[in-house]
Design a protein around this ligand. Sequence first.
Ligand SMILES: CC(C)(COP(=O)(O)OP(=O)(O)OC[C@H]1O[C@@H](n2cnc3c(N)ncnc32)[C@H](O)[C@@H]1OP(=O)(O)O)[C@@H](O)C(=O)NCCC(=O)NCCS
Length: 170
Amino acid sequence: MASVRIREAEEGDCGHILRLIRELAEYEKLSDQVKISEEALRADGFGENPSYRCLVAEVFSAPGEPQGPRMVGYGLYYFTYSTWKGRNVYLEDIYVTPEYRGQGIGSKIIQKVAQVALDQGCSQFRLAVLDWNHRAMALYKALGAQDMTETEGWHAFRFEGEAMRKLAGK
Ligand SMILES: CC(C)(COP(=O)(O)OP(=O)(O)OC[C@H]1O[C@@H](n2cnc3c(N)ncnc32)[C@H](O)[C@@H]1OP(=O)(O)O)[C@@H](O)C(=O)NCCC(=O)NCCS
């Protein structure tokens, strides 16, 4: 039987991670928003002062099967700060490729993020999900997360592009 390993990403994984980032954006019907390049992922995640960290899920074939390990999922996260709670982890992306869903891989990635968060002195980790993605929401709730829109009414905002330039006077 095939086995799964979750490990920290290495710089050489960035091409595969980008492939999975694009698959997730397609799933989210927001592919046109993906501007990132493999070079940027390499520079931003593996330089002197990395902006993110990433876990990858690899499937190893059963003995006798020719294929090497395949990267079938990832969870990309970084550290943020709460004035109420201190250090936090923000899970930016979580994705498992369709043929490997429902086998516990996504839950394993989320468990590992919780372990990293605790090991790094964080009291919580957060993530955002699109309002139609009920299956993902059901999974997060089943694992113990609270929906902050439901319980506290939070909305996510961003400044971007022209709006940000105008604001900055540039
Ligand atoms: C959400 C996701 C990462 C979970 O990974 P996974 O390996 O399938 O998760 P697990 O096997 O640990 O848990 C299975 C549960 O995931 C949930 N799930 C969420 N989205 C799902 C999907 N698109 N397909 C199948 N199951 C999904 C289901 O509740 C499922 O439980 P069920 O089999 O009882 O229905 C993965 O399904 C995925 O990549 N989905 C598409 C992209 C996505 O929604 N990403 C999250 C964006 S916020």
